[in-house]
Structure formats: structure tokens, C-alpha cells
Design a protein around this ligand. Sequence first.
Ligand SMILES: Cc1cc2nc3c(=O)[nH]c(=O)nc-3n(C[C@H](O)[C@H](O)[C@H](O)COP(=O)(O)O)c2cc1C
Length: 213
Amino acid sequence: MSSDPNSLSLLEGLHSTPARRYLSPDPIPEDVIRAILDAAVRGPSGGNTQRWAWIVVRDPEVKRQIAEWYREGWETSYGSRREQILNSDDPGGMSAATFRAADHLAGHLEEAPVWIFPVLIGAARSSNPRLGSSIYGAVQQLMLAARAYGIGSTLTTLHAGHEDDVRKLLNLPADALTMALIPLGYPARGRWAQPKRRPLDEVVFQERYEDRG
Ligand SMILES: Cc1cc2nc3c(=O)[nH]c(=O)nc-3n(C[C@H](O)[C@H](O)[C@H](O)COP(=O)(O)O)c2cc1C
């Protein structure tokens, strides 16, 4: 089921890892999950302190409960604006395709065979606005390593409205913060297409920022 993880070049992987939200429930081998996590923890953290924990969730009951909380977040943030988002022609807004895919993920989250919660210990009591930089590099490595094995993922956060409930359910320390919920699964639909982004010349500045109004 897994593709050969050594056949994908690093740059090819970087250019072909979009969010994958249509996932099959097929199981992921244990050694593959371990290899993906082993790649993730090679990522950077300030002072290499690695104040992180990586919670692997497969329990259907835990997933069912958290998926309900996630759907609440989805409904509040996006789902309740379904018609408005689908009919909007605002180029800066969420595309209809992204909405449909995210809506599908919200409705089927618990079907992804494995979830990973990257957790930062101490983050719940921190006011450092750059704290996330001590884990999101590793999170991206996780998603790229998954991609090398042909496994799709999406960085999600819509469970966060129930952070305290999730903390209890996962038995996390009081000062820990879940930094994402990453569902993993073999893609059931879609392609490893290059993610669409604003052109470089719009977002890159030489030496200093300038207002391009
Ligand atoms: C901080 C953050 C939070 C996100 N939260 C969610 C989420 O809760 N649900 C979801 O479906 N996607 C979520 N995403 C995924 C983004 O929608 C996705 O990265 C973006 O649309 C680009 O997708 P692409 O790489 O496929 O082009 C999140 C991404 C980031 C960086």
C-alpha cells in the first residue's frame, strides 16, 4: 500500500504536498507511523529543547468524541456560511473546492485511521507569539515524511474550541497545548498536485518591505 519512500526527491515532495482531505480508512502499518514520527522529531525547536509530545490516536471512541468537537468548530467558523462561501467570487476567500474538501474532512474525520496531535508542553501558559515555531517545522516534516510513504494529511486546528476537553481526554499536562490535529490516511481522491500559491513576486521583498497597495 505504501509507496517507496526513497523514490521521491525532497524538492519534488515540497512541491507536491497539498492538504489531502479525502482519506481512506485503510490501516497504516505501525512501522510506517514510527518512521514518519522519527522524521518529524528531526525538526527544529528553540535551543533544541524539544518540549513536545506526539500523541498517536487510533481509538475509535476518542476519535468519535473529538470529531464531534471538531465539527462544532467547523460549523461555527465555516459550515454555517456554506452558501455564502460557495457562491463568493472573492479571490482572497476560501475556494469552493477547498470548502467542499474541508466539509468532507469535517464529516469523516474519525475515519482517518491515525491521528497525530503535536503537543507543546508549557505552551498553554506562554505569551510568546513565536512559540509555535518550536514545533511547526517538525509538523511540516511529519506531513512531508507521510507524503513520501504515499500518506495524505492536513494540518487542522478546529478542535481547539474544546482544548480543555481534549487535554483531559488525552491526559495531557495542564500547561500543554495541542498545536494541531493531523489526520493521516491513504488518499481516496485527488492528486499530489502542486499547491496553488500567490506569485513569488507578490510576496518576496528585496532588503525591505514595501507597501504594494
Ligand atoms: C494554522 C492552520 C490551521 C489550519 N486548520 C485547518 C482546519 O482546521 N481544517 C482544515 O481542513 N484545514 C486546515 N488547515 C489547512 C489549510 O486550509 C491549508 O493548509 C491551506 O488551505 C492550503 O492548502 P493546500 O496546501 O492544499 O493548498 C490549516 C492550516 C494551518 C496552517
